[in-house]
Design a protein around this ligand. Structure first.
Ligand code: BES
Ligand code: MN
Ligand code: ZN
Length: 486
């Protein structure tokens, strides 16, 4: 998709050469600056009862008289905000994407000056509208004929709009990578495949990428990660990818992503219904690799390290059993009471590994608990962070990226649930507060750096008719990382 900005006055939109014109309208009446031909068409649509200046309302006009574009869509945002403008874009695109238009021009009226955030929203909305998963279904028809999008703006807006488009494109490429990985089934997206994807990114963007195998993990002493991996014939991998945009001496941000390429639950096996969806249990890994891609394209002045422990969680004659005690890389022992609580077991060793980078902050990202889905549903990712400043930055990044998270508690009291008579800790507590006790488990491995945990179990994936990966939290993480540059 080709995105560009174009300086074009709002009062001459009828002359705009394009196949389709999408006009997002804010406020509760037509903007006085709007092209008179379009203003007339719009007021007629209102008079006929086909349009209202209310968020979510749209109207499609085919070849309105005197207008160059064959298709014109008005989409109302109501009171303009970043969120309502994006919703209007999504609604408007819904009327255009399935048609024959190749070149779309987008204009905004009655919403104040255009900013970078709107441009970014446009790129995200277009990519979302046209994405089709094809890897194992090459027969899937394209969602759209769209090939080119022009965002119309004024001269003073142009710089911010161009920046927003560039940032949007980098994030969209990261989101696409994350979606593509998470959508691929477990027999395609294996730990080996994820390792290859990381190597590929390394080649493309000049990153340092190492992929450690089982032997190397044994040598390091990642007993907790290896315990999960031992039940599968599919070999585990540990990905260490580094983007260097600042002097080596500058402490990096470290992102850690859960990379369970299929979660059967292991010996504590999951029920059959919907188990197929556990192919997306590497959504955290996909999210941090996607973020790495976005950051590497935008080249901010900072250092970023991405760590991905990746393996399958399978039952077998060699699989770890409930009650088994393993020794983590940190030296702490863990009684594995439930083999389905495997995410924390692979993450804890990756968190300990992160210490060697003396990080400025470590964020881990994981489809960690069903309990988080129960608590927050599918809108907000769960944010667990004892550091108020870091939590504030992540919440803010989520808001501006329109990929939000919601802060959850992390009080010491919850730690008691993890007591074990046979090891330093158990890997599960009771059902109560399951997302929080999972975070408390991870917290025991994070004493040496500033740390936050994102539980994306409810946000990385959609069930139902639109079943598939969302690419979240790539936008949130990319905004957060960019915000750390000097
Ligand atoms: N990958 C799952 C969590 C999950 C569930 C993600 C639903 C997305 C949708 C995780 O490994 C898991 O099985 N967690 C258990 C933890 C329990 C055994 C303490 C859970 O949530 O049931
Ligand atoms: Mn599990
Ligand atoms: Zn899992």
């Amino acid at each position: 998709m080709d995105f560009r900005h174009q300086i074009a006055p709002l009062d001459a939109l009828a002359m705009q050469p394009c196949d389709a014109l999408l006009v997002v309208v804010g406020g509760d009446a037509a903007d006085a600056a709007l092209d008179p031909l379009l203003a007339e068409a719009l007021s007629d649509a209102v008079a006929q009862g086909d349009f209202q200046f209310k968020a979510g309302k749209t109207v499609y006009l085919h070849r309105p008289a005197g207008v160059k574009a064959a298709r014109v869509v008005f989409a109302a945002a109501g009171a303009p905000s970043a969120k309502s403008l994006k919703a209007a874009l999504v609604a408007g695109l819904g009327l255009i994407k399935g048609g024959g238009a190749r070149h779309l021009a987008v204009a905004v009226s009655g919403a104040g000056p255009l900013d970078a955030s709107f441009a970014e929203s446009l790129v995200a909305a277009v990519h979302d509208a046209v994405y089709v998963y094809r890897h194992t279904k090459p027969s899937a028809p394209p969602a759209s004929a769209l090939a080119k999008v022009s965002l119309l703006c004024t001269k003073p807006e142009a710089k911010a709009v161009a920046q927003g488009l560039a940032r949007g494109e980098a994030i969209a490429a990261g989101v696409a990578l994350a979606r593509e990985c998470a959508n691929r089934p477990g027999n395609h997206c294996t730990p080996t495949f994820l390792g290859e994807q990381a190597k590929k990114l390394g080649k493309e963007f000049g990153l340092k990428v190492e992929v450690l195998d089982r032997k190397a993990l044994e040598k390091l002493g990642m007993g907790s990660f290896l315990a999960v991996a031992q039940g599968s014939d599919e070999p585990p991998r540990f990905i260490v990818a580094q983007y260097q945009g600042a002097p080596k001496s500058q402490p990096p941000i470290v992102l850690v992503g859960k990379g369970i390429t299929f979660d059967t639950g292991g010996i504590s096996i999951k029920p059959a219904p919907e188990m197929d969806e556990m192919k997306f249990d590497m959504g955290g890994a996909a999210g941090v690799l996607g973020t790495l891609r976005a950051v590497a394209q935008l080249k901010p002045r900072l250092n970023l390290v991405v760590l991905v422990p990746t393996c399958e969680n399978m039952p077998s004659g060699r699989a770890v059993k409930p009650g088994d005690v393993v020794k983590s890389l940190s030296g702490q022992t863990i009684e594995i009471l439930n083999t389905d609580a495997e995410g924390r077991l692979i993450l804890c060793d990756a968190l300990t590994y992160a210490e060697r980078f003396k990080p400025a902050a470590v964020i881990d990202v994981a489809t960690l608990t069903g309990a988080c889905v129960i608590a927050l549903g599918h809108h907000h990712s769960g944010l667990f962070c004892a550091d108020d400043a870091l939590a504030g930055q992540l919440l803010e990044a989520g808001r501006t990226a329109q990929d939000s998270c919601w802060r959850m508690p992390l009080d010491e009291e919850y730690d008691e649930a993890l007591k074990s008579n046979f090891a330093d800790m158990a890997n599960v507590g009771s059902r109560a507060g399951g997302a929080i006790t999972a975070a408390m488990f991870l917290r025991r491995f994070t004493g040496k750096f500033r740390w936050a945990h994102l539980d994306i179990a409810g946000t990385a994936w959609k069930s139902g008719a639109a079943k598939g990966a969302t690419g979240r939290p790539v936008p949130l993480l990319t905004h957060f990382v960019l915000g750390q540059a000097g």
